[in-house]
Design a protein around this ligand. Structure first.
Ligand SMILES: [Zn+2]
Length: 447
């Protein structure tokens, strides 16, 4: 097996041949990346920001003498029907076994040229390589000016890359590709300055290690870099248990985490695929950015964010604490489960009345008055997590609400939909009185 050094032709402002909406420099760079991705450690990618022809790079190249060099190009012609690949070597040389195998493969993939291997003495790079004693060839991967060749190049890119590798005895088994694939440039990285708040957290990223602490809904991690999160630390508000779903390990729960608790692994190359946080003293909301999926919905305290069993890494997380939580009792549905107050509490669009709700205030002072069907106004005073506002089992609608607390709220009323956001000042009411209209849902937001 050889070690392959890949030079992408043109570049550094020289776009090479142009045709069918593509440029040669760009196309051969994409192919070079795939050869590297599939060939792994057996391939070295030459600096793709350079133009090795223009800057005489081959004469200055220092690589082991037993490595093989391939330079990638695409042909072009004024005749759109000219097509086919071929391999160019130094004119005075005989093709070696790599040249022969490569030419056979390429001419099968891109038929059209009668000479599969052409010796030339008038090209700079084959001459420079020969002068240095390098094992070198330049391959033309079909004509960029020919529709069929370009279509083959684009749609069969990985097959082409594998064929090139095979010509040099390099396997392209997926084993050569690292777990979770290659990290890529670009994308978006988290802030690199420590930030602490009510809820602070940091993540351990592939390649980057620990990122700076982030807080209260800021992004920790990265997006668009194919960079997995391997561990997370949570410095929460009061007691919290964290469960992470780890590659190969499955769910692992960390009870009563502190700032120092590492949830996940370090140095084992194992992605986290999902996370669940259960806070006792505050109610958490969190969402994750997952490979191939993007951002999830906000998960509520005790729910998993992320997917399990699909082998997809988490790449970023955002965590914050909800103002408080609310559980709604809905007509025909009963109690529908505790949710962060920032969500829609109740069900809209199905003509279902909100019959009751319970608020866990998590230390906030919240006062509630409600106007109930047949009962009229009921003053619940300062509520606790056990206060039931409304009725259960009596099939009565809530018609109007009045809140006092450090937040705004709105309600969804039968027939007319959401009201405007209103300050919970203990005086303003939302809903109707005497019109027999049900409230269907409530929503809260920070003032
Ligand atoms: Zn070229």
């Amino acid at each position: 097996m050889a070690h392959l050094y890949v030079i992408a032709g043109h570049g550094a402002g020289d776009r090479g041949a142009v045709g069918n909406g593509y440029t040669e420099a760009e196309r051969v760079r994409v192919l070079a990346s795939r050869i590297k991705a599939l060939g792994g450690n057996n391939v070295t990618l030459g600096d793709m920001s350079r133009n090795y022809y223009a800057d005489n790079g081959i004469s200055k190249l220092s690589i082991p003498k037993d490595w093989c060099i391939i330079e990638l190009h695409m042909d072009s012609s004024v005749s759109a029907s000219a097509k086919g690949a071929h391999v160019i070597i130094k004119g005075s040389y005989n093709p070696d076994s790599h040249d022969i195998e490569l030419a056979n493969f390429l001419c099968n993939m891109f038929p059209g040229r009668s000479n599969k291997i052409v010796g030339r003495n008038d090209l700079a790079n084959p001459n420079r390589a020969a002068a240095k004693g390098f094992n070198y060839r330049l391959a033309e991967f079909g004509f960029i000016s020919n529709k069929t060749d370009v279509s083959t190049f684009n749609s069969r890119m990985d097959e082409i890359a594998k064929g090139v590798l095979s010509a040099f005895g390099i396997g392209s088994a997926s084993a050569s590709e690292p777990v979770d694939g290659y990290v890529v440039n670009g994308g978006k990285s988290q802030n690199n300055k420590d930030e602490f708040g009510d809820v602070s957290y940091r993540v351990h990223m592939r390649g980057n290690g620990w990122g700076a602490w982030q807080c209260d809904g800021e992004m920790a991690g990265s997006t668009g870099q194919n960079r997995r999160i391997e561990a997370i630390c949570l410095d929460g508000d009061g007691k919290a248990d964290v469960t992470v779903h780890i590659k190969d390990t499955g769910d692992k729960e960390y009870k009563g985490v502190t700032k120092q608790t590492v949830c996940g692994t370090i140095g084992e190359g194992k992605r986290i695929e999902a996370i669940k946080i259960v806070g006792t003293d505050c109610y958490y909301m969190y969402r994750v950015h997952q490979k191939n999926i993007g951002w999830s919905e906000w998960a509520n305290n005790g729910e998993f964010a992320g997917t399990i069993g699909e082998g997809l890494q988490l790449e970023a997380v955002e965590i914050k604490k909800a103002m408080f939580s609310v559980n709604a009792h809905v007509q025909n549905k009963g109690w529908i489960g505790e949710r962060a107050a920032e969500n829609v509490i109740g069900i809209t669009g199905h003509a279902l009345r909100l019959e009751a709700f319970k608020i866990n205030p998590y230390g906030k002072e919240i006062k509630v008055k409600a106007h109930l069907q047949t009962d009229g106004w009921v003053d619940y005073g300062t509520i606790t997590k056990d206060t039931i506002i409304g009725t259960v089992g009596e099939s009565k609608r809530i018609e109007c609400l009045c809140f006092s607390g450090d937040f705004d709220y709105r309600v969804h009323v039968q027939g007319s939909g959401w009201t405007d956001w209103t300050k919970a000042d203990g005086v303003s009411t939302l809903g109707t009185v005497g019109q027999a209209l049900r409230i269907e849902a409530i929503q809260f937001r920070e003032r």
